[in-house]
Design a protein around this ligand. Structure first.
Ligand SMILES: Nc1ncnc2c1ncn2[C@@H]1O[C@H](COP(=O)(O)OP(=O)(O)OP(=O)(O)O)[C@@H](O)[C@H]1O
Length: 367
């Protein structure tokens, strides 16, 4: 009798009510008010619900799946969940909305040069794309642009639009890329003062047809210079990720870079430790060539997540040299898996940032 009564009450509304108790584990918000719940279809024997995940490769999908099934269990029907992806957008800010079609801006930074920031940027972009997100890359490393080389030959070069008033970015492996490299003769040095860098970056943001993107990844120059200052002023950055190697000498410079982000009021999403260790392919022995645990200690000190620890791997550097990031050249390899997990963590932290009320970059005045 009880079961019959319950059966007769299965409506779209009752299913929605049941799901309003389900919280997304990343944000702690219920999936109805956060608009993650889509279409509900009530069948004779089946309940079908569409649910959007907030980040690609969402690491807590299993927990959310179990909560939804538990909430719908009393209806006594087979539950089918159609998963989708709906990356939340950075909060609109009229005065700084230079990129209305871009949902999130992620800045990849490093305290010092050569720690693998560009390697991380290129593989992070490829990994987010592989996980289903729409991604672009802005190479803001004005003095040492390496993104076009690392991403391989373009399928479409950077060009002007038909009316000549907008820039169409180059397309590398399906990813729109803008870089100063497109405008400087090979082998020539860029010797620019701060105002010129500011103007160029402003153009890269305002005059480029980026299209609809979930994430625009900015490959920053190392250290604390003009490009960081300009970007902090020009647009709201969802978050920065700090790439470091494990040794103390690299960490000293990271702390300065972290301080700059704080002054620019750009939130940091976490720390990535690159060249964390080397695993011998023959015997499996793990060597910590550049000391061990520095990234973890730094993350703890800054109270930030350690987003990933990337091993030293000749395939990773060979991929960069060849212009074929390992996530693209060997997508099912162990090395690619590390980058895919890292990308999922970065995207998760960006999504959480929206739920917990992001800080906004305003700055410059207070620097
Ligand atoms: N995990 C890794 N395993 C092996 N080689 C790596 C790894 N990460 C980076 N490299 C290599 O280290 C060198 C420096 O990397 P990359 O150019 O990405 O550093 P960067 O921090 O962007 O440098 P820059 O100061 O020029 O901006 C490159 O030759 C790259 O291929």
């Amino acid at each position: 009798m009880r079961a019959e009564k319950l059966m007769s009450e299965v409506t779209v509304e009752s299913v929605r009510n049941a799901l309003s108790t389900v919280k997304d584990p990343a944000t702690e918000r219920d999936i109805v008010s956060s608009r993650q719940l889509g279409e509900i279809t009530v069948g004779e024997k089946e309940l079908r619900v569409a649910v959007a995940l907030l980040s690609p490769g969402y690491p807590m999908k299993g927990t959310l799946d179990a909560s939804i099934r538990a909430a719908l269990e009393p209806f006594g029907r087979t539950v089918v969940i159609d998963w989708g992806l709906s990356v939340p957008r950075k909060p609109p800010r009229q005065d700084l909305d230079r990129l209305p079609t871009v949902k999130n801006v992620l800045a990849v930074a490093a305290g010092k040069g050569g720690v693998g920031k560009s390697t991380v940027s290129s593989n992070l972009a490829m990994a987010l794309q592989r996980l289903g997100a729409r991604v672009g890359i802005l190479d803001a490393d004005i003095y040492g642009p390496s993104m076009p080389k690392m991403m391989g030959p373009p399928s479409r070069p950077c060009d002007k639009n038909a009316s000549g008033d907008r820039i169409i970015p180059a397309l590398h492996r399906g990813i729109p890329v803008m870089s100063v490299d497109f405008f400087v003769e090979t082998g020539r040095a860029v010797i620019w003062r701060g105002p010129m860098i500011h103007k160029l970056l402003q153009q890269f943001l305002e005059d480029v047809e980026w299209g609809e993107l979930d994430y625009l990844i900015i490959d920053l120059p190392p250290g604390t210079g003009d490009a960081q200052l300009s970007l902090g002023q020009l647009l709201p950055i969802t978050g920065g990720v700090m790439v470091t190697t494990p040794q103390e000498v690299a960490l000293l410079d990271v702390r300065k870079a972290v301080d700059m982000f704080a002054k620019l009021e750009v939130p940091l999403l976490g720390v990535i430790e690159n060249m964390s260790h080397y695993r011998c392919p023959s015997c499996g022995h793990v060597d910590h060539i550049f000391a061990s645990g520095g990234g973890k200690r730094l993350a703890e000190e800054l109270e930030l997540p350690l987003l990933g620890q990337l091993p030293i791997d000749p395939k990773v550097s060979a991929g960069g040299e060849r212009g074929d990031p390992v996530v693209h050249s060997a997508p099912d390899s162990e090395h690619a898996k590390v980058f895919l997990e890292l990308a999922a963590q970065v995207a998760l932290e960006a999504a959480k940032r929206h739920a917990t009320g992001p800080k906004r970059s305003s700055l410059l005045r207070t620097v």
